[in-house]
Structure formats: C-alpha cells, structure tokens
Design a protein around this ligand. Structure first.
Ligand code: RAT
Ligand code: ZN
Length: 424
C-alpha cells in the first residue's frame, strides 16, 4: 500500500494561512528563550571578570580595531590611554565624526535603544552599570531572551584560576565550558605552570605526562562542572598526526571526553596576532580544511563534536560534513561571519541542507549588554529565513501549525544544544 500523503490527514488544529505566517514566526522566535552556548561572560560571583557598562562596550576589541581606521593614533599611544579616554576617542572618531554604520558600532546604539537610554556617551555611561548587580544581570539577560549562558573557562589563565580556587558561587543561568587553547596551542609554554600546579609533566608526551594531563583535565572538569570541552585552532588545524596538538587531542583530550561523555567544541580558522600591536584586536582568519573534522567524526563515532568555522569560504564544506556525520553539531556564526549579510547566507544554507538540526547562533559576548543586540539580530534573521521556509511548505499544501513552529524554534535556540550534550 502506498503511504497516505501527509497533506490529506486532518490536522489536530487548523493550519496557518500564509498571510499570518511572517508575523507569527517573528513572535515565536521573539518569545522563545535561548541558550547562549559560547560567550566570554562570567557569572556575577567572578567579580570584575564580568565586564559591563558603556566604557567596556566601547573598548570591545571589534570596535577598537575599527577605530584605528579612523583615528590613526600610534598603537603605543592608544595602549597607554585610560579606558575612559579610549572610549572618548572611539566615540568621537566612530560615532561623531562619522556614522556608526558597522555591525559592532551600531550594536552599541541597539543596546542603548533597548535599554531606553539616550544615544549619547554621557547618558550611556550613566545608565549602563559598570559593576554588575544580580538585578542588572537578570534584567539584561531577560531583555535578550537568554535563559542560559555558557562561559569560556581556562584554568591556565591565572586570574580566572584564582577565582575558581575561591569556589565562586555558581549561578543557575551561567554554565562552564573548559577551554584548552593554551594547553593545546602552546603546550611547551605551559609546562612550567602545570608543574607548579603539581602535575608531573614534561615537554614530551611520555606515558606519565599523558596520565598527568588527563588528571589535570579531570580535576578542572569536576571543579567547573563543565558542559563541554573547547578549543580554537588556526587555519592550519590538522588531524590525525604527530604534532603536539594532534597527540594531545588523541591521547589526552579525546580519551577524557569519551570517558566522561562530554562533547568537544572546535572553533577553527583563527589566525592569532597578525597585528600584535592591536592586542586582542589583532587576530585574523584563514580558510581551514574540513578534512580534520571529517577524520575526527569518522574515527570517533561515539564522540560528539560541536564545530564552528571562521572563514566564510569554509561554511559550505562544514555543512556538507555535518550531513555525513550526525556526531557533528554545527554552532553559531563566529566573530567575522557574525554580520547581518553573512549570518543570513550561512543560516539559510544550513536550513536548506540540514533542516532545523543545528545551532544557528551564539553571542560571543565579552561585555554583558552585548547579548541584547547579538540576540536581537540573530532572532531577526532566523525569523525571516524560517518564515520563508514555512511559506514554501504551506504553498506545497503542507499543514504548518503554531506548535510545529514553536517546536522547531525551540530546537534551534535551545533544545539542539541541550540534546547534544545529553542534558535535555
Ligand atoms: O569573538 C571574539 O571575541 C574573539 O576574540 C575570540 O575570543 C573568539 O570568539 C574565541 O572564542 O576564541
Ligand atoms: Zn569566543
């Protein structure tokens, strides 16, 4: 017997007329709470590590990089200025002498608008808290529609480690992710520090060193209650192989993740410090091969991998790789591809090739209030693209119900993440 086509089964609730669709999708996307799976924010108990306020927003490294194109100050002069004078300079050069047309600068305006503040530097300074209270954090996260925030936690950062050693109060909305960039990308440089922390490790990955490094990871995963392990790597990322990073992955990181059933997040394609004078703002990007991702996913079918890539050129290959390996969860539009046009292009391509089985966005917020504009923009694009896809379904005679849309949007903004880490 041929299957009865879906269109002829009576719907339990009436399907939607195409005219009401866009508005409804926008409302659902707007009201669905999100999990922000990669940020550089910290729980309030981490004190000054949680950045917020107008001066931090203006000193955000995306904006700092743009500002040099306008004010052309010598790097060292800028470095020696106070944070407040840098924001004065940035405001003057990017908001007064020219219009704040870029994603990052207009984001500041969007934050001000959402918080009901006049778009003047003094008003922003006055209205935005620079010491985050619990009430302020809740207000900002609620305004962004973000329920849960995942931090980026590196135990080899001495400042952050000192906070963890004081056992900071955990916050129900903030979760940890163990970040291993220093360990994986600069292993030899961190050996002395690991030794001083009581781990008997050597420069070469002999058997004892491998066990000690696993002990180090176990200790920090326990202490942080981390949801996943993460690292970023350059456009030269390769796997498998004999380099220290590849061996650390194979012999230390993957065995620990597998034993603990924790996903590993890979952020691929950064080229760090192409202009060292710019400090944090001096990183760039490069097109990376997806072959190492393919190798990881096929050699470790029981390991789950979150992956995001930095160059626009790598996005299509990544999506196709995700079609081949269901232990690969694509996430976010990272850093230089987090712009309106590229988010639209990338998210559309992902929807076309994967349906709603990926994680469209993370904020990468470094300053608390950034979650407001990052999520506002992400929601806008997601709603637009989904509206378009549902319209086609309706035109084909498929019944689209409000609860179908709610389910799909929840998957994209929340459930795909929690399901992948098996905490759904
Ligand atoms: O987007 C950023 O703020 C970058 O500086 C990086 O931190 C990047 O997101 C990363 O996590 O490495
Ligand atoms: Zn980041």
């Amino acid at each position: 017997m041929p299957e009865t086509p879906h269109v002829s089964t009576p719907p339990p609730s009436p399907g939607l007329p195409v005219q009401a669709l866009d508005e409804l999708v926008a409302r659902i996307v707007q009201r669905t709470r999100a999990t922000d799976m990669h940020t550089h924010l910290f729980a309030p108990s981490f004190g000054s590590l949680l950045l917020c306020g107008a001066d931090e927003l203006l000193n955000f490294h995306y904006i700092v990089a743009e500002s040099f194109r306008a004010h052309h100050l010598p790097y060292s002069e800028f470095r020696h200025m106070s944070r407040a004078s840098r924001s004065d300079l940035i405001w003057e050069s990017l908001f007064v002498q020219r219009s704040p047309l870029s994603e990052a600068t207009s984001g500041v305006l969007e934050i001000g608008q959402a918080l009901g503040v006049d778009l003047r530097l003094d008003a922003l300074r006055e209205a935005l808290c620079d010491v985050p209270t619990e009430t302020y954090v809740t207000r900002v996260l609620d305004l962004a529609g973000v329920d849960s925030v995942v931090m980026t936690n590196d135990p080899l950062d001495p400042v952050e480690r000192a906070v963890w050693e004081r056992s900071p109060a955990m916050h129900p909305r903030f979760h940890a992710a163990l970040r291993l960039d220093r360990l994986l990308n600069h292993y030899q440089a961190v050996v002395p520090e690991l030794c001083s922390l009581g781990y008997a490790v050597r420069d070469t990955l002999d058997a004892q060193t491998v066990l000690e490094l696993r002990r180090f990871l176990d200790h920090w995963l326990e202490r942080m209650g981390a949801l996943y392990v993460a690292f970023s790597a350059g456009d030269d990322f390769s796997f498998p192989g004999e380099s220290t990073r590849e061996q650390l992955l194979e012999r230390v990181i993957l065995p620990v993740c597998l034993a603990r059933e924790l996903p590993l997040a890979l952020m691929i394609g950064s080229r760090r410090q192409v202009n060292q004078d710019l400090g944090d703002a001096g990183d760039s990007l490069g097109r990376a091969s997806m072959l190492p991702i393919e190798a990881l996913c096929s050699r470790y079918p029981d390991q789950r991998f979150f992956v995001t890539v930095l160059s626009r050129e790598s996005q299509h290959e990544l999506v196709v790789t995700a079609r081949k390996f269901h232990n690969l969860m694509i996430f976010g539009c990272w850093w230089f591809v987090n712009t309106d046009s590229l988010v639209t292009e990338i998210t559309r391509m992902r929807l076309e090739l994967l349906g709603p089985t990926f994680i469209p966005q993370h904020s990468d917020a470094r300053v608390l209030e950034q979650v407001i504009y990052k999520w506002q923009r992400a929601r806008h694009v997601i709603a637009r693209l989904l509206g378009d896809r549902y319209r086609r379904l309706i035109e084909m005679g498929w019944t689209v119900r409000e609860d179908d849309i709610e389910r799909d949007v929840r998957a994209l903004l929340n459930d795909n993440f929690w399901g992948f880490i098996r905490r759904a």
